[in-house]
Design a protein around this ligand. Structure first.
Ligand SMILES: [Zn+2]
Ligand SMILES: [Zn+2]
Length: 172
């Protein structure tokens, strides 16, 4: 997601510009379409990017273990610092903050890495394929989102659990 900001770097502080994003970014090994709007504002040191982007990544449900597309909202706010002066072409010192984003020597601001980082942070630790996912039957592993498996109707009759142990032992 590369944006040429040469003109904006020559403009006065506060000069703003809107950017419509609609591109494919590789996130967690998969190509994800990223869409949304960002505002680019000229600051005293560089360009501030602020916007809300939307994408989807494929993750595995923490309850039923099914893969699903998890929608993510990325609220991006990052300042980008030019590595050279747009007028003189002289090298500029980079900011002290580690991990700062830069605008390259061709005055291109690349949002890709920021999007990737924000997306990885936005992926839930325990993703759920749907609110209240029913998960897997602890006995037979059936995906209970697809309906009951039959284990539940057997209740907790101890005779059944003995039979189940026998069946498991035979499979080994
Ligand atoms: Zn699930
Ligand atoms: Zn079951």
């Amino acid at each position: 997601m590369r944006i040429n900001v040469a003109q904006q770097l020559k403009a006065p502080i506060g000069t703003a510009r809107d950017y419509d994003a609609d591109e494919t970014v590789t996130i967690a090994g998969n190509d994800s379409r990223v869409q949304g709007e960002a505002k680019l504002v000229r600051t005293d040191r560089g360009i501030l990017v602020k916007g809300t982007l939307h994408t989807e990544v494929e993750v595995v449900c923490s309850r039923c273990l099914s893969p699903f597309r998890c929608p993510l909202e990325l609220n991006i706010e990052e300042e980008y610092f030019p590595v050279i002066d747009v007028v003189s072409g002289a090298s500029l010192p980079l900011p002290e903050e580690p991990g700062s984003f830069t605008i390259d020597e061709h005055h291109v601001l690349d949002l890709t890495e920021a999007i990737r980082q924000y997306a990885l942070l936005a992926i839930p630790m325990k993703p759920l394929c749907r609110p209240g996912c029913a998960g897997l039957c602890p006995n037979c592993g059936h995906n209970l989102n697809q309906g009951p498996c039959g284990c539940s109707s057997q209740g907790i009759d101890p005779r059944w659990s003995k039979l189940k142990n026998l069946t498991l032992a035979n499979n080994d």
